[in-house]
Design a binder for this molecule. Sequence first.
Ligand SMILES: [Mg+2]
Ligand SMILES: [Zn+2]
Length: 211
Amino acid sequence: MMNQAVFLDKDGTLIEDVPYNVDPAQMRLVAGAGIGLQQLHQMGYQLIVISNQSGVARGYFSESALAEVEQRLQALLAPFDVSLDGFYYCPHHPDGTVMDYAIACECRKPAPGLLMQAARDHGIDLTASWFIGDILNDVEAGRNAGCQTVLLNNGNETEWLLSVDRVPHYMTADLAEAAAVIEKVGVRSQKSEYRKAEASYRSREAKLVGF
Ligand SMILES: [Mg+2]
Ligand SMILES: [Zn+2]
């Protein structure tokens, strides 16, 4: 059976948006992100970051800095018993100053290239998967890949350039609420039933230990 994933934008969705930041010390989880991801993980979804990082093409930082960003993000999520299954980014931008990266690519959102790549790498059924982001370019990338989409309505989208391809399937206040929506309407897999059973067993076990 193929896997299901929830693809996640990073900046403004998982962590507070600090433009072009790669300093791990300045990374903070957005409220609701940890618990939301924990719930999605327990439902059986793979959790995969899909991020535009044009700072590489613009010469603000190197690709190696993004490895530390990923590590820090994993560390921030660890207390929630969650780890990311994938971390994909687009380092390109057509107006970049670093020659190798200054291209019009297939992977910068709203293009769906990174989702397609992740789907190939992880055996993911895109039509049974979701994209959660904080701007309409995320929604468009998700729809382009055949996913259902959730827009976090947290004020980060300011232009609202709408078209058929950019209408979110759902809008929620934060990731915890997004997880609740996905639990309600998402396609269920056997794996998710297993994970839920496992989670309820663990919480019973925890209560016994506490007692
Ligand atoms: Mg964002
Ligand atoms: Zn790209």
